[in-house]
Design a protein around this ligand. Structure first.
Ligand code: G3P
Length: 217
């Protein structure tokens, strides 16, 4: 399972990339706005830090302009994955860009029917938003299960990129279902390291070690 980081904060990305666990990055217009920086500059810097796919989202809503924006974003670096919304024009753009060999991430997916269309349009990734479904009382993980099943039946190469992740449990459930990628807010990746028994066990080991008076080096 691949881990992407869901942020446009280059400092955070640099720090987390050092763990060797970061396979890619996803951004969206809200995350770029939060960074307070020019989008092209941010995407270029992220692509220098991370070798894997870096999603950069178009902001037009019509096919012609989305395609132009997609070309502009894809030219920033060879590892840019152009992110398009799951709309008719977004999927037309997805088809055109993927036919040209550009990686495309189809975002704002909230149903299995939409995910089926994204795969048919040649998406490299489809991004179902599990947390936002949970927020309205639906079951985000049920959607992941459905998409993984459908893509498996037809052997679609589109990767299921679990987005809008709220905590480690979403990641574990996604892994059990065989989703290819989860994009994690930095806080969730950090939470995944934590277990109180790890802290307690380490404290006990170190206390016992101190009593021996030894040092390994
Ligand atoms: O980047 C897409 C997605 O992960 C956004 O998540 O937390 O804004 O619902 P969230």
């Amino acid at each position: 399972m691949k881990f992407f980081i869901d942020t446009a904060d280059v400092g955070e990305i640099r720090e987390l990339a050092q763990t060797g666990l970061v396979d890619g990055v996803t951004t969206n217009p809200s995350l770029i706005a939060k960074s307070g920086r020019p989008m092209a500059e941010v995407i270029r810097e992220i692509c220098e830090v991370v070798d894997g796919p870096v999603s950069a989202e178009v902001t037009a809503t019509d096919f012609e302009t989305m395609l132009k924006e997609g070309h502009y974003l894809a030219a920033i670096a060879s590892n840019v994955a152009v992110k398009v919304p799951l709309t008719v024009d977004g999927l037309k753009t997805c088809k055109a860009l993927s036919d040209e060999g550009t990686q495309v991430n189809v975002t704002l997916c909230f149903s299995a029917a939409q995910a089926l269309l994204a795969a048919k349009a040649g998406a490299t990734f489809v991004s179902p938003f599990v947390g936002r479904l949970d927020d309205i009382g639906a079951d985000g993980m049920e959607l992941i299960e459905d998409i993984v099943q459908i893509y498996g039946v037809y052997d679609f190469p589109t990767e299921v990129l679990v987005a809008s992740v709220r905590g480690p449990n979403h990641v574990v459930q996604a892994a059990k279902m065989g989703a290819g990628v989860a994009t994690l807010p930095p806080s969730v990746l950090r939470q995944m390291y934590n277990h109180p028994l790890t802290d307690k066990g380490l404290a006990a080991f170190l206390a016992d070690w101190k009593k021996t008076g030894q040092s390994i080096l």
